[in-house]
Design a protein. Sequence first.
Length: 150
Amino acid sequence: MNCIGDNCKLEQVMPDELSVLIIEDGKQSAKQLNEILSHDAGIIVKKVQAESLSIEDILQESPDLVFLDLTENAGSGIEILDQLLSLEIRPEIVLAVDISADISRYFRTSVLYVLNKPYKVKEVHDVFREFRAKRSHEIMYAGMNRLVSG
């Protein structure tokens, strides 16, 4: 929102480009997801990481979205998830799992999306539709709060 005196207007500050970090220990799965994303304009894959990353490494990349293999590197994906969820300001998280889709109901409040592997193009695209919708809603809500309280 841009305000000059009493003249305020909402501006949409959606980035034209979204940065993505892929943390996936399965080389084939990492390659598959990277290929899906590389065909979409506006999506910048910052890094495809096959081995474990520290939370500092993730924050240094400052991605908009993190695709996280939950079982990455013998379970360290869960540790990374815990650390990301504890941050006050964090990227959106998309979990990649090799297990039943029923797990999604347990995580939906903390992560943006849960993807089952192998990845499907439509489901990956659904992630970005949901991300853009959520970001637009957050921007509108913040702007309306400023208008009301200003």
